[in-house]
Design a protein around this ligand. Structure first.
Ligand code: PNS
Length: 161
C-alpha cells in the first residue's frame, strides 16, 4: 500500500495514519511527493529524514520511506500497489480525496484508495498549522512527533531570519 503526501512536515496525524495503515497491509511505502498547489519549505530529502526519525521508535518492519518526483500513478504501478491510503479530517478532505482518487483512476484504471478517518484528537492538525505556529516560536509539541520537534522548530525559525 502507498501512503503519498507532501508531508511538509510530517505531523502526528500523518504518523497515526502510517501506524494504522501498516497494520492493514503487508508493506506500506510512504512517498514524499510534489503537490502542484504547494511550495514546500522542507526539501524532499529533509522530509524523508523527518518521517524516518518520527517512526524510528515504532519499529514498523513493513514500512519504507522514499521521495518521488513524478506522477502518483506511475509509482503506484511500479510498486504494484493494491491501494493508496489517505487520512480524512473533515468533509472537505473527503471531497478532495474522492476527486483525487477519481482523477488517478482516469490515469490508471486499476487505481484504488483507502480513506482512513483520523483520530478526533488529531483532526485539527495540519502541516500548514505547524509551519505557521512554529514560525512564531509557538508550541508545536502536540502537532509533530517528539522525535522531530527540535529539527522542525530550527528550520521554521531560520525561515523567519
Ligand atoms: O499532502 P498533500 O499535499 O495533500 O498530497 C497531495 C499529493 C502529493 C498526494 C498529490 O498532489 C499528488 O498525487 N502528487 C503527485 C503528482 C500527481 O500524480 N498529480 C496528479 C494527482 S491526480
Amino acid at each position: 500500500m502507498l501512503f503519498p503526501g507532501t508531508f511538509d512536515p510530517f505531523t502526528r496525524g500523518h504518523r497515526d495514519i502510517a501506524r494504522r495503515a501498516s497494520k492493514l497491509c503487508d508493506k506500506l511505502v510512504i512517498a514524499v511527493m510534489e503537490n502542484a498547489a504547494k511550495t514546500p519549505l522542507f526539501s524532499p530529502e529533509e522530509r524523508v529524514e523527518l518521517i524516518k526519525l518520527s517512526l524510528k521508535n515504532d519499529d514498523l518492519k513493513n514500512v519504507e520511506v522514499m521521495a518521488w518526483g513524478g506522477l502518483l500513478v506511475d509509482l503506484y504501478q511500479q510498486l504494484g500497489c493494491c491501494a493508496s491510503v489517505r487520512g480524512i479530517r473533515s468533509e472537505s478532505d473527503f471531497r478532495y480525496e474522492s476527486e483525487h482518487a477519481l482523477a488517478n483512476r482516469l490515469l490508471f484504471a486499476g487505481y484504488d484508495a483507502v480513506l482512513l478517518p483520523c483520530r478526533d484528537d488529531l483532526s485539527l492538525i495540519s502541516s500548514s498549522m505547524v509551519k505557521e505556529v512554529g514560525s512564531y516560536g509557538g508550541d508545536i509539541s502536540k502537532m509533530v512527533p517528539a522525535e522531530i520537534i527540535d529539527k522542525v522548530k530550527e528550520k521554521l525559525l531560520k525561515g523567519r531570519t
